[in-house]
Design a protein around this ligand. Structure first.
Ligand SMILES: Cc1cc2nc3c(=O)[nH]c(=O)nc-3n(C[C@H](O)[C@H](O)[C@H](O)COP(=O)(O)OP(=O)(O)OC[C@H]3O[C@@H](n4cnc5c(N)ncnc54)[C@H](O)[C@@H]3O)c2cc1C
Length: 498
C-alpha cells in the first residue's frame, strides 16, 4: 500500500462502468483520477438500458442530468422468439416504477463522465494507459501517453479500477480472458429513420425478432426519430453467408429482406448510416479482482446482447466495486473481504444472465421453460408468476434487490450448478453447449462460491445512509452454526487491510 494520507484510486476507462465507479468514489471523498483514451462524446453501440440503471444513476448523482436530456422512455420488451410472442411490459409485470431509457450512447456516456467530474473525480481524456507497474502481485502505477505526444507519464495509485471495456487491460495482462465459444456471434447494425415497432409493444420497448436460421434482430427506438436495427448471427453462419455477398452491407440488407417481421417494421423507412459490425464479443475473466485492483464492466466479462445486459452490468459493477473500495479504504473491512464481496456479487449477477441467455440460444424449449428457469434463479416475490420472475431479472432489478437487501440471495445452488454446466460441459459436436469445454474452471468456482455465507462477516448489503458503502449485519449464533468453512479469493497472503 502507498503511504499517502489520502488514498488515490485510478480508474482506467471512462465508459459507464468507469464513470459510475469514479463518481461514487469521489462522492465518498476518495481522491480519484480517470484516464480515458478517447475524447467524449464518442460513439458506442448498446442503446437499450435496463430499469436497474435508474437507481444506480440516482446514487451516483447522474440521474437528474440524464433525465433532463429527454431520452426515449422504455417500458419493457417485445420478443418474437421462435414460435412465441412475449410482451414483457415492466409496468404490468413489475410495477409502474420499472422503466428505463433507450439512449444515444455518445450522449449518455458523456453525461456520465461529466458527472464523475462534477462529483470531484479528475478526468483526463485522450490519455491512453500503455502499461501497469506491479510491486509483486499488486499494481502500484500506470504508464500513459497523451494523444499526439509520445512522452510516457507515470501515475501512482493505491487502488486500480480497470474499466477498459473490451480492451481488457488487466485481463490481457494476466492472460485470463476466456471466450465463450457458444456465443461466437457476429452483430451487424445500422440506423434507420421512419421505422416502427410492433404495435403491441410497451412504450419505447426493444423489439427482438428471431430468425429461422438461428439469428435475431434488435429494433431500438431512439428519441430523435432514429431506430437502431441490428442482426446477430453465429459467426460460422455469417462466414458462409458473407461468401455470397460482396459486402457486410448487402449481407445485412438481405438478412432483413428474408424476415417478414422486420420488413413490416421497416416499411417506408430509410437507412441513414453505414453498416457496422462486431464479432466474438462474449468472454469472462478468471478473476474480477485481486490485491489492489478490480475489473469492472466489460473489462471483466461480456455477455451476448440478447437481454441488453451490458450497461446494467457495467453500472452495477461500478456501484458494487465502489461500495467495496470505499468501505475498505475507510478501514471498515479488509481488502480481502471487500473484494470477495465484489467478486461474488458481480459474478453472481453475470452468471444468472449467462444462464438465461444460453438457454434461449440452446434450442427451442419454449417460454414456459425459460420463465420456470428464471423462477429458480431468484428469491421469488410474493405471488410472482415465473414470467414475472423472468421479467424482474431481465429488468436488472433482482441484482439491485439482492445488494440492497430487499431480496434474499436464494437460488445460489442453481446458479452454481448452471455455471458449472456452462463452463465444463463436454465439447459435444454441433451442440450449443461447448462454452468452456475442456478447460478446468474449478479455481474460478472455488473462490466464487458464496464467500459471504461461509464467513463470520454476516449479511452484507450496500447502503447509502449514513454513508455509501457496505454494511454488515453480524450473524446470529444459529446462523454461524449453519455455515461451512471460509472459501475466500486466493489473495489472502498479499492483501493487506488498508
Ligand atoms: C453488438 C452489441 C450490442 C449491444 N447492445 C447493448 C444494449 O442494447 N444494451 C446494453 O446495455 N448494452 C449493450 N451492449 C454492451 C454495452 O455496450 C457494453 O456492455 C458497455 O458499453 C460496457 O461499458 P464499459 O464501461 O464496461 O465499457 P466501454 O463502454 O466500452 O468503455 C470502456 C472505455 O475504456 C476506454 N479505454 C480502453 N482502453 C483504454 C486504455 N488503455 N487507456 C484509457 N482508456 C481506455 C475506451 O476508450 C472506452 O471509452 C452491446 C454490445 C454489443 C457488442
Amino acid at each position: 500500500m502507498g503511504t499517502r494520507e489520502n488514498p488515490h484510486v485510478l480508474v482506467v476507462g471512462g465508459g459507464p462502468s468507469g464513470s459510475t465507479a469514479a463518481a461514487l468514489l469521489a462522492r465518498s471523498g476518495v481522491e480519484v483520477t480517470v484516464l480515458e483514451r478517447d475524447t467524449f462524446p464518442r460513439y458506442h453501440i448498446g442503446e437499450s438500458l435496463l430499469a436497474s440503471c435508474l437507481s444506480t444513476l440516482q446514487v451516483s448523482g447522474a440521474y437528474e442530468k440524464v433525465a433532463a436530456h429527454g431520452f426515449q422512455i422504455k417500458r419493457g420488451g417485445y420478443f418474437q422468439w421462435q414460435n412465441d410472442t412475449w410482451l414483457l411490459d415492466w409496468s404490468k409485470l413489475v410495477d409502474a416504477e420499472a422503466w428505463s431509457w433507450q439512449v444515444d450512447r455518445a450522449v449518455f456516456d458523456d453525461l456520465l463522465l461529466r458527472n464523475a467530474s462534477d462529483q470531484g473525480a479528475k478526468v483526463i481524456e485522450r490519455a491512453k494507459v500503455t502499461d501497469i507497474v506491479f510491486d509483486g502481485e499488486r499494481p502500484i502505477a500506470a504508464e500513459w501517453v497523451a494523444a499526439g505526444d509520445d512522452t510516457v507519464r507515470t501515475i501512482e495509485f493505491d487502488f486500480l479500477v480497470d474499466a477498459t471495456g473490451r480492451d481488457g487491460l488487466l485481463a490481457k495482462h494476466f492472460g485470463m480472458r476466456r471466450q465463450h465459444p457458444a456465443f461466437r456471434n457476429v452483430a451487424v447494425w445500422s440506423y434507420w429513420k421512419g421505422a416502427s415497432l410492433h404495435p403491441d409493444s410497451p412504450e419505447g420497448a426493444i423489439n427482438v425478432v428471431s430468425t429461422e436460421e438461428g439469428g435475431w434482430f434488435w429494433n431500438i427506438p431512439l428519441s430523435d426519430g432514429r431506430n437502431s436495427v441490428g442482426y446477430v448471427v453465429p459467426t460460422r453462419l455469417a462466414a458462409e453467408k458473407l461468401r455470397g455477398h460482396d459486402s457486410r452491407q448487402s449481407f445485412y440488407l438481405d438478412s432483413i429482406q428474408a424476415s417478414k417481421r422486420m420488413l413490416d417494421m421497416l416499411e417506408g423507412a430509410e437507412r441513414i448510416s453505414d453498416v457496422q459490425a462486431e464479432q466474438d464479443y462474449s468472454y469472462v475473466a478468471d478473476r474480477f479482482c485481486g490485491p489492489g485492483y478490480a475489473l469492472v464492466g466489460d473489462a471483466a466479462c461480456f455477455l451476448d446482447p440478447l437481454l441488453s445486459t451490458g450497461v446494467h452490468l457495467a453500472t452495477y459493477s461500478g456501484l458494487v466495486s465502489a461500495a467495496a473500495i470505499t468501505t475498505m479504504l475507510r478501514g471498515e473491512m479488509s481488502e480481502t473481504d471487500a473484494l470477495a464481496y465484489y467478486e461474488y456479487t458481480y459474478r453472481r449477477g453475470y452468471t444468472r444472465f449467462l444462464s438465461l441467455v444460453s438457454r434461449m440460444y440452446e434450442h427451442y424449449i419454449g417460454s414456459d421453460e425459460y420463465f420456470a428457469h428464471a423462477h429458480r434463479l431468484t428469491d421469488v416475490h410474493d405471488g410472482d408468476s415465473p414470467e414475472q420472475s423472468f421479467t424482474r431479472i431481465m429488468a436488472g432489478l433482482t441484482d439491485v434487490g439482492e445488494t440492497t437487501g430487499e431480496q434474499d440471495r436464494t437460488g445460489t445452488d442453481v446458479i452454481v450448478a448452471e455455471a458449472e454446466r456452462l463452463h465444463t460441459a463436454p465439447d459435444t459436436e454441433g451442440v450449443n453447449v461447448k462454452y468452456m469445454g475442456g478447460l478446468d474452471m474449478s479455481p474460478v468456482w472455488d473462490h466464487w462460491r458464496d464467500p459471504l455465507s461461509d464467513t463470520d462477516m454476516g449479511e452484507i448489503r450496500i447502503t447509502t445512509e449514513p454513508v455509501f458503502g457496505l454494511t454488515t449485519r453480524p450473524r446470529t449464533d444459529a446462523e454461524r452454526d449453519a455455515v461451512t468453512r471460509p472459501v475466500l479469493p486466493p489473495h489472502d497472503g498479499a492483501a493487506a487491510a488498508l
